[in-house]
Design a binder for this molecule. Structure first.
Ligand code: ATP
Ligand code: MG
Length: 209
């Protein structure tokens, strides 16, 4: 019997993808000796307009930025499973689809530790833990409350500290809106993609994919 592959799964809106995401994926890949990390951009939300004040950029833009950002790394790839499924993205569906696609793989779901603490609001929690090991990344300045993950089976979750990267997509969007640079916060190709398609500038709200 051949050894099972070890595959990281990094879900996200990636609007835009930034170096925080890439460092987190790279660190978890090294720590857990993974064969690859699959980035999975979320699908478009049902109601695009008037949702908490901001529409998420079209999925094709977010997908292409993720491809551009990961293309040079032979251990990174991008999956369209969430984009090609209709409706909002639930982690359970992502993991079910990827498990079916890669029956020979053990999955490691990589997420922010803050998102991990909300896990009991997620759907189908019991099945989730059967489908993947969960890796929570703590951000700088983030104090993990041990009680927050006390209910998660300890063999199904790990917490990893990611080095000084206080980068968020929200900050990248706000900087672009204000006309400030995002160079070095995101990969060069993503800076150029954002400019080319005029994403995150309220004047035009970007072009459609
Ligand atoms: P937004 O500001 O729009 O919420 P974001 O920067 O949190 O965006 P997401 O696409 O929401 O980016 O994040 C995808 C995943 O990456 C989430 O699990 C999130 O917690 C994690 N993540 C985001 N930023 C970082 C970072 N700087 N370091 C480590 N993990 C991160
Ligand atoms: Mg976020």
């Amino acid at each position: 019997m051949t050894a099972r592959r070890r595959v990281g799964v990094m879900g996200g809106t990636f609007d835009p993808i930034h170096h925080g995401h890439l460092v987190a994926a790279s660190e978890v890949l090294a720590w857990f000796d993974l064969d690859e990390v699959v980035f999975v951009p979320t699908g478009d939300p049902w109601q695009k307009a008037a949702r908490a004040g901001r529409a998420v950029s079209p999925a094709e833009h977010r997908y292409l930025m993720t491809v551009i950002a990961t293309a040079a790394n032979p251990r990174f790839r991008v999956s369209r499973v969430d984009i090609d499924r209709n409706g909002p993205t639930y982690t359970i569906d992502t993991l079910r689809d990827l498990a079916a696609e890669m029956p020979d793989a053990d999955l490691y779901f990589i997420t922010g530790a803050d998102a991990l603490t909300n896990i009991f609001t997620w759907r189908d929690v019991e099945e989730l833990f059967g489908l993947a090991h969960f890796v929570g990344c703590t951000r700088p300045g983030y104090e993990m409350d041990p009680a927050a993950i006390a209910n998660i089976p300890s063999d199904r979750v790990s917490i990893v500290e990611i080095p000084a990267l206080a980068i968020s997509s929200t900050d990248c969007r706000e900087r672009t809106e204000r006309g400030e640079p995002i160079w070095y916060l995101v990969p060069d190709g993503v800076v150029q993609y954002v400019a080319k398609h005029r994403l995150y500038t309220s004047a035009l709200e970007g072009d459609t994919a």
